[in-house]
Write a protein that binds this ligand. Structure first.
Ligand code: PGA
Length: 254
């Protein structure tokens, strides 16, 4: 059984104070909600504050990025060891904004993912095509390349989560259709089965991400093959994030 996961990617939003307040609102708003795993991924600076708020609850903590070395002279970087020490369970790896603005390559994504797994974090690996690539019918070749290269050398020695996030749907208010997301997600699962094995593929959660709101979350979750969502914009407002999680919990009950 794959438990639905709703992860909030707060991106570069929220000071410590604001992050603490948001986490408290989310914790309060979801006190009675069961059957969905929730993860909050604030900026590095707010990880500890948010951790203190959610400690003892079912809500998990995640980071938005990580470096592949444990420690050393790497100014500005954060290691998996540091994230573990703060209490992170998840780490987002290969988000399209990092690929675009910070020129993260498939190879770097692979190094980050391998190290994160080795250190005991669960990567949320982001893959997805740009609008140009989609128009050129390259959606699957791009996603397949990103997935295969990210998992190079990985032999199933830890859990991973994959998030299919079409770049053109991120932050645009134009989500993919449930059917479009499903098509790629089915292929991702098939590819996981080829790269690893059937049981790894069938137990791995594959999320959709890109302009998810309380109004459209069920467009995706109506398909049992879509295991949750990575939420950006709607995750930094308690009302919309709580709304998404509560709707997702209804699927769990049906
Ligand atoms: P969005 O972002 O929900 O604002 O489109 C999703 C993401 O970047 O993970």
């Amino acid at each position: 059984m794959r438990k639905v996961l709703i992860a909030g990617n707060w991106k570069m939003h929220k000071t410590n104070e604001e992050a603490e307040a948001l986490a408290k609102e989310i914790l309060r708003g979801l006190a009675e909600t069961k059957g969905v795993e929730v993860a909050l991924c604030p900026p590095f600076t707010a990880l500890e504050r948010v951790k203190k708020v959610i400690e003892g609850s079912e809500i998990a903590l995640g980071a938005q990025n990580v470096f592949w070395e444990e420690e050393g002279a790497f100014t500005g970087e954060i290691s998996p060891k540091m994230l573990i020490a703060i209490g992170c369970k998840y780490v987002i790896i290969g988000h399209s904004e990092r690929r675009k603005y910070f020129k993260e390559s498939d190879e770097q994504v692979n190094r980050k993912l391998s190290k994160a797994i080795k250190m005991g974090l669960i990567p949320i690996l982001c893959v997805g095509e740009t609008l140009e690539e989609r128009k050129a019918n390259k959606t699957w070749s791009v996603v397949e390349r990103q997935l295969t290269s990210a998992l190079n050398g990985f032999q199933g020695e830890g859990e991973i989560v994959v998030a299919y996030e079409p770049v053109w749907a991120i932050g645009t208010g134009i989500p993919a259709t449930g059917e479009d997301a499903l098509e790629v997600i089915l292929k991702i699962r098939e590819r996981l089965s080829e790269l690893l094995n059937e049981s790894f593929a069938s137990s791995t959660r594959i999320l959709y991400g890109g302009s998810v709101t309380p109004d459209n979350i069920m467009e995706f979750l109506k398909f049992k093959e879509i295991d949750g969502a990575l939420v950006g914009g709607a995750s930094v407002k308690s009302e919309s994030f709580i709304g998404i999680v509560k709707k997702a919990a209804l699927r769990g009950e049906t």
